[in-house]
Write a protein of this length. Structure first.
Length: 127
């Protein structure tokens, strides 16, 4: 992570991705093949754009995806699938930018531990 500003932006992104994924997943369970309306699609694309700028280049879930096409309207299940991949890559990015100190986990910015505490990574992997 570059700086504390990017850390704040990343924390906001995680919340937005989770919220959108939950909402769209509920819609997908109800009617998976229904199209996402243009208002929701515009909001989703804003969040995806932010994710692309933070996660690039190593943590992007898809090399050839930048946003949903409003002319080829995606279905609820399409959006839920893509948002799930962005959530996974965001967690991988977070896990690579935190460290355990004592019993707590802390964000690391530019190689230095910050005073911003976080939760343990979803998957603890030995490097």
């Amino acid at each position: 992570m570059k700086d504390l500003g990017q850390l704040e932006q990343f924390e906001k992104l995680i919340g937005q991705l989770r919220g959108l994924h939950e909402e769209i997943s509920l819609l997908a369970k109800k009617s998976q093949n229904d199209a996402v309306n243009s208002f929701k699609l515009r909001l989703i694309n804003k969040v995806v754009d932010t994710a692309n700028s933070i996660l690039q280049p190593d943590y992007l879930p898809f090399d050839d995806f930048s946003e949903f096409d409003s002319d080829d309207v995606p279905t609820n299940s399409d959006v839920a699938l893509v948002l799930a991949q962005y959530l996974e890559e965001s967690e991988r990015y977070r896990a690579d930018n935190i460290e355990k100190y004592g019993i707590s986990w802390w964000y690391v910015v530019n190689g230095k531990r910050t005073d911003v505490q976080t939760s343990a990574p979803a998957k603890v992997v030995r490097k």
